[in-house]
Design a protein around this ligand. Structure first.
Ligand code: FE2
Length: 447
């Protein structure tokens, strides 16, 4: 069995491979200058432009910089002005000791990538602390000649269903159900839908960048392996005319999100005119089926940190992260004399969770039948909020015959976003979770 997802939509792009490596790519031979970063006359009549994802003096393994060689600098544009759109939301302000469950997100047939629903946030984008969690449920491609970027942070995109075709300044990615991708802060991109509606989650990281977790006693491989991360290759929207790269220039609208607010400007050229680039600051994607799961081989349920895929380190307390992104994919369960459910627990970290379903089976319950599984589910257990199995699952688990079994074969992957600071809920999230004054719902679930 090759551990890759059997995707319904075939791959159509080529990628570089290797998380965190120094990569270089060129749409035309020799489009990256040899040795010089900023020669007097770059090849093909291009201009040098740099994008920095870290301070210049960050340590080498934290230094994120990319040189781009493009026809027209992104400097050339009109003044940014506020953009009125319903994805512009007030900062979340609701904090409670209750767990939350969001059973569904309504599909807006007119929604495109610019229509995102803010669910929760901690920290503050303007001070580069914390993160925001967004939902998308879209049925339309972005309009032609429009590009988006987040100035607030790197965006981890987790499709729950559907396929996203993402054209970025540094190249194109096809991101399908059971893949994730990260678009760095400031990189401009557009999202089209090649196979119908798509929905999912997004973690916008205000503070730092995602990194692979340290492996400690695991050794040098395991969990998410470095070579399985895929990076787009340079894609120039235009052609060579003689020895000059000529882009398909047209009027473009550039929409940027800053501190949760949308702004826009116009320009008379495509943002996708990068003929070559080299550096360490780039988008990437990852197929969740490639994740090398570690598990409990004799007894007890290990901490979910053993399922970490990406982490964003914090300097608040040793070993504490702004966020850990973990997945619990299909895997073997073999533990002896063990309650094969997470024990009841409460954590200082806040735990947001969601489902990625390869097969959407209406008979499959979020809590073993305790609650109806719907097309879209997310939940949150806040700081020190006790959670665990519902009673029916607990009783079943105490009586079950313990034998090796493969879990998740129905194609259900759970992901977690464990974050160090309490998450404030948006107005939408409060209402959708039923936290109104008359609600008495007590949420209990696994994880
Ligand atoms: Fe938990």
């Amino acid at each position: 069995m090759t551990p890759v997802t059997k995707f319904a939509v075939k791959e159509k792009y080529q990628y570089l491979e290797g998380f965190g490596s120094y990569h270089q790519s060129e749409a035309f031979p020799g489009a990256n200058p040899l040795v010089n970063n900023s020669p007097q006359k770059p090849p093909y009549g291009l201009r040098t432009e740099r994008i920095s994802g870290s301070s210049f003096t960050a340590p080498r393994d934290h230094n994120l910089q990319t040189f781009m060689y493009r026809q027209t600098s992104s400097l050339k544009h009109s003044k940014f002005v506020p953009y009125n759109n319903k994805s512009t939301a007030n900062p979340p302000s609701y904090l409670s000791p209750n767990s939350s469950l969001w059973p569904s997100v309504p599909v807006d047939p007119d929604a495109d990538w610019l229509t995102q629903t803010l669910l929760a946030q901690n920290g503050d984008a303007a001070t580069k602390t914390g993160l925001a969690i967004w939902l998308f449920s879209i049925a339309q491609s972005m309009k032609p000649n429009v590009a988006f970027s987040s100035l607030d942070g790197d965006c981890l995109i987790i499709p729950q269903a559907g396929t996203l075709n993402i054209q970025t300044e540094l190249g194109k990615l096809l991101v399908r159900q059971n893949e994730i991708c990260v678009i760095p802060r400031g990189i401009r991109y557009c999202v089209t839908l090649p196979a119908g509606p798509a929905r999912g989650y997004m973690c916008e990281l205000f503070q730092g960048h995602f990194r692979l977790p340290e492996l400690g006693p695991i050794g040098s491989t395991g969990l998410a392996n470095i070579r399985d991360f895929q990076i787009p290759t340079a894609c120039f929207d235009g052609e060579l005319k003689g020895d000059v790269a000529v882009a398909n220039n047209t009027e473009y609208t550039i929409i940027s999100r800053q501190a949760g607010r949308l702004w826009f400007c116009t320009q008379d050229h495509t943002p996708f005119d990068v003929a070559a680039w080299h550096g360490t600051f780039y988008p990437y994607k990852y197929d969740l089926a490639r994740y090398c799961v570690m598990g409990n081989l004799l007894f007890d349920e290990h901490d979910p940190s053993l399922y970490t895929l990406l982490s964003a380190p914090s300097n608040r307390e040793p070993g504490t992260n702004v966020v850990d992104f973990a997945i619990i994919p299909p895997r073997w369960m073999v533990a002896e004399d063990t309650l094969r459910l997470p024990y009841f627990h409460r954590n200082t970290m806040s735990e947001f969770f969601g489902l990625i379903a390869n097969v959407q089976d209406p008979e499959h319950g979020l809590n073993g039948g305790g609650q109806e599984f719907r097309p879209f589910v997310a939940g949150l257990h806040g700081c020190m909020t006790t959670h665990g199995a519902v009673e029916a699952d607990f009783q079943r688990a105490t009586k079950s015959t313990l034998k090796p079994e493969k879990l998740g074969t129905e194609g259900l992957t759970v992901f977690l976003l464990e974050t160090e600071l309490p998450l404030y809920l948006s107005d939408w999230a409060v209402e959708a979770a039923g936290h109104g004054p008359k609600s008495k719902t007590q949420i209990s679930s696994k994880m």
